[in-house]
Design a binder for this molecule. Structure first.
Ligand code: NAD
Length: 360
């Protein structure tokens, strides 16, 4: 008999709808785990506003310890008006930056996919999205201009402010491997998005990426300037498979790409490091306006769980199983309020979870 694989997963439900959508995702994960003969041990820990309420800080040390001991982390969302007036270092969002730094997560993977049955939700014209949209943005998360030297100086009474974009070969190389490895599991195309016609840092990105690309002979590589890429994303998004880019450009392009899909409640993300460890979360926030009302769309969190199986547990089949179940539920016409239109069946968070479970 083959031995059952056991994985420890740290779970941070967080605040607001984070709690509701995470509960649903855990049920989905348990069912898939049983189906594929593995055991998942979930340990729930606090971060965000709920952690502040209990411990007086948004990211307690024991949360970080538990995450470090685990194979992966599933995170809901943090924040809410209750904590909006706290000083900066006590705010729930501080927990997100803190945990990414503590866990050394430098690669952010954001898929933006339009499901055939949700094409109507995209703000783009039918003619543009008819060939489909399935882009994975791989964004460097811990370097570049957000972390570079910054400051202000006054010369002859005139104040000047500066922020610097700096990347080392090592930082570029490790995220490049992440992007190419992801492309190998997809349509095998990487587009490096940069501003190499102007920026020296971008020219280094091109050099490093060009050196690494031959290690992945099956993956096609092309280059695109960021201004063109932002146009191409709305002109012909089907041309992209994996977009590899820096922290700043990735921040902007990933929001643009998610807007193309038309629904914030459908989009998952992963933050990774060199090994298979990662943290998985929906891209949306804690949605205080609908929290506790069984109105939240749990599909982004369920799809985050699918990414966890794929990238941290190295199992594509359970991931495809979850994605297909989500697609089938949508095909059958079920929608939470955020993606509902006339003629479809409106369901709440829990019911949506049950429907996905039934399709697994
Ligand atoms: P939000 O993403 O929480 O909500 C924006 C809008 O989208 C709201 O109308 C909300 O109801 C809706 N929405 C979001 N997710 C949904 C879902 N799954 N199903 C249905 N509708 C959904 O963004 P916001 O309102 O700007 O922020 C609310 C709080 O969340 C703030 O405290 C913010 O700081 C925090 N936040 C946290 C994260 C995170 O934890 N990663 C990310 C963004 C914002």
């Amino acid at each position: 008999m083959t031995k059952q694989k056991v994985y420890d997963i740290a779970v941070i439900p967080g605040d607001g709808i984070g709690v509701e959508i995470t509960d649903v995702a855990l049920e989905v994960m348990n069912k898939v785990a049983a189906k594929y003969k593995m055991q998942l041990n979930f340990t729930k820990v606090l971060a965000g506003g709920c952690a502040f309420d209990k411990y007086g800080e948004p990211l307690p040390a024991e949360t970080v310890v538990q995450c470090k001991k685990s194979a992966a982390v599933l995170l809901g969302a943090v924040g809410g008006p209750k904590w909006d007036t706290l000083p900066g270092d006590k705010r729930p969002e501080k927990a997100l930056l803190g945990i990414r730094a503590a866990l050394g997560l430098y690669a952010n993977l954001r898929p933006a996919k339009i499901y055939d049955v949700l094409k109507g939700a995209s703000p783009l014209k039918d003619a543009i999205i008819e060939s489909g949209v399935d882009v994975l943005i791989v964004r460097e998360l811990t370097g570049g201009i957000y972390f570079g030297e910054r400051g202000r100086r006054a010369e002859n009474g005139v104040v000047t402010a500066f922020d610097s974009e700096a990347y080392s070969e090592k930082e570029i190389a490790r995220i490049t491997h992440t992007a190419f490895a992801a492309a190998m599991k997809r349509r095998k195309k990487v587009t490096l998005v940069d501003k190499a016609n102007v920026l020296e840092s971008s020219r280094l990105w091109r050099e490093v990426v060009a050196k690494i690309a031959p290690e992945y002979p099956e993956v096609a590589l092309n280059y695109m300037y960021v201004d063109n890429a932002s146009m191409q994303l709305v002109r012909n998004p089907a041309q992209f498979d994996v977009i590899l880019t820096s922290n700043l450009f990735g921040d902007i392009l990933s929001d643009e790409a998610s807007m193309i899909t038309g629904s914030i409640g459908m989009l998952a993300s992963a933050s990774m490091r060199e090994d298979s460890f990662g943290m998985y979360e929906p891209i949306h926030g804690s949605a205080p306006d609908i929290a506790g009302k069984d109105l939240a769309n749990p599909l982004a969190q369920i799809l985050s769980a699918a990414m966890l199986f794929e990238y941290s547990l190295g199992m594509s089949e359970p991931a495809r199983n979850i994605e297909n179940a989500v697609e089938k539920v949508l095909e059958k016409g079920y929608r939470t309020g955020d993606i509902w239109t006339e003629g479809f069946t409106k369901v709440g968070t829990k019911k949506m979870g049950e429907l996905v479970l039934a399709e697994l």
